[in-house]
Ligand binder design. Structure first.
Ligand SMILES: Cc1cc2nc3c(=O)[nH]c(=O)nc-3n(C[C@H](O)[C@H](O)[C@H](O)COP(=O)(O)OP(=O)(O)OC[C@H]3O[C@@H](n4cnc5c(N)ncnc54)[C@H](O)[C@@H]3O)c2cc1C
Length: 447
């Protein structure tokens, strides 16, 4: 039987990052990644296969990273762990021994209990090259597509599928507006407007009752009786943790169905770690269990798990939750708590808003408005969250806001931190959005 110091199950965002981190912290240890698929998709790039990138084969995580980091690879479907003998077994019958094991088995699409969801041409967001190629082929011949779920994945799919295609696309969302798990209403509405302008139909406050058709999908029936014509349906309502392997030998599962881990990413077995979508998360703010699943969180957890295998080096402080997306030339992003979440969690808050063109002068080529909203706790003045909409540079600015949240900076710290600016790259120092939004909040905090 082959034996490795470290075995990682899963080769996507979390598994790969955990493997690389293990090699970096413990260069003398041998590392094997076992994953199901021959080719691993870049999970966040999946919607772009259907428009911008055009094919699954252009949206792959390069295996060169394994070679570069001296990590061995076994393609196989792990069917169980034997913790007594410290082995894992694949469906093909390969048995491998580990000293330390990292479970990074990710998530699988959630399927709602809607009648007809098993009909032909009804798809979920499976992270599988052939499956997505078949969806792509179907969409090429489709006239009417319905996307169930108006979260950021459903909306990204809608935007991409509409690109360069003569196809009717309808997004059906149960809540009062799309993107509500990520943003406060005002930004959700602006996001919806961009998609509507691009020709996507959006129906909110609408519950899907059934997917209709005899064999093949023909429509989506809403609870008010309305039927939307469809020859292809995509269900994008979220994911659930894939914990089958952990359950195979009694590793503790948390209350929301994900693998229970401590702040060092250790499971109930101290030689087995877990990271990514399959494991439990807690909020950075409330320390309560959180259901957010993001590749950025998965990789962060993987860096902690990989570093802690033989000695505790890193601690997980909980997820801050950074969402970012782009529709056309407009970025929408959030870090930390939204206003509605802050209020729900009992925070008394103050808001500061600032907007400016992201170049100076604003007439520079590529200049685009960027609006930033910062949320601070009243009293302490500590940053709780930020949201922005506008120029694509916002995609990086949100990470800066996240760093401020992580460091528990106050409005005063954020108004006076030393930023760098440049005419082609940023707003002017006079109009720099983060400083000015913080200044606006300070006015309120003083009241
Ligand atoms: C369409 C879409 C868009 C997204 N966009 C973003 C985004 O913009 N930003 C962001 O931060 N997040 C985004 N996410 C979320 C992100 O994709 C996930 O959080 C991320 O994929 C989690 O990584 P993971 O490695 O934990 O799990 P996964 O990506 O689910 O990978 C799990 C791995 O485990 C392997 N595996 C599972 N079971 C077994 C087994 N029994 N044996 C062997 N191998 C096994 C799988 O083959 C796979 O390699 C998006 C998700 C989707 C679906």
């Amino acid at each position: 039987m082959d034996s490795y110091d470290v075995i990682v199950i899963g080769g996507s965002a979390a598994g790969l990052t955990a493997g690389i981190t293990s090699r970096s912290f413990y260069p003398e240890k041998s590392v094997l990644i076992i994953r199901k698929e021959e080719k691993v998709l870049i999970p966040c790039g999946i919607p772009y296969i259907f428009g911008t990138v055009c094919t699954p084969s252009k949206n792959l995580i390069p295996d060169a990273l394994l070679e570069k980091n001296n990590i061995e690879l076994l393609i196989g479907n792990v069917i169980g762990i034997d913790r007594n003998n410290k082995t894992v077994e694949t469906k093909k019958g390969d048995k491998v021994q580990y000293e330390k094991l990292i479970i990074a088995t990710g998530s699988i699409p959630a399927v709602p209990p809607i009648s007809g969801s098993d009909k032909e041409n009804v798809y979920v967001v499976n992270k599988d090259v052939d499956y997505l190629q078949s969806l792509l082929d179907k969409i090429e011949d489709s006239k009417d597509m319905v996307i169930i779920g108006g979260g950021f994945i459903g909306m990204e799919f809608a935007d991409e599928c509409k690109k360069n295609r003569d196809i009717n696309i309808t997004v059906v969302e149960m809540l009062s507006c799309c993107l509500m798990a990520a943003f406060d209403k005002d930004i959700c509405r602006q996001g919806e407007e961009i998609l509507k302008k691009n020709g996507v139909d959006i129906i909110t406050n609408a519950k899907v009752e059934a997917i209709t058709g005899s064999g093949r999908v023909e429509g989506v029936k809403l609870s008010d009786g309305k039927v939307i014509k469809a020859d292809v349906v995509l269900i994008g309502i979220g994911s659930r943790p894939n914990t089958q392997i952990a359950r195979s030998d009694g590793i503790e599962i948390g209350e929301n169905g994900s693998i229970k881990v401590n702040k060092y990413m250790q499971t109930s077995d101290e030689d087995i770690f877990a990271c990514g979508d399959c494991c439990e998360k807690i909020s950075f703010f409330t320390k309560k269990i959180s259901n957010i699943m993001l590749a950025s969180i998965a990789c962060n957890e993987a860096r902690i798990a990989g570093a802690n295998l033989y000695k505790i080096n890193r601690t997980n402080e909980g997820e801050i939750g950074i969402f970012a997306t782009a529709f056309g030339e407009t970025a929408l992003a959030r870090a930390g708590l939204s206003l509605q979440e802050a209020k729900k969690n009992g925070y008394n808050v103050v808001i500061g808003t600032a907007e400016s063109i992201n170049t100076h002068p604003g007439c520079m080529p590529g200049g685009k408005n960027l609006k930033v909203i910062l949320i601070f706790e009243k009293g302490t003045g500590i940053i709780l969250g930020g949201q922005l909409i506008g120029a694509k540079s916002g995609g990086e600015m949100i990470n800066l806001i996240s760093a401020c949240i992580h460091e528990k900076m106050t409005a005063n710290n954020m108004a006076t931190f030393q930023m760098g600016t440049h005419p082609v790259l940023t707003a002017s120092p006079v109009a720099y959005q983060i400083s000015n939004a913080a200044e606006m909040a300070i006015k309120e905090l003083r009241k």
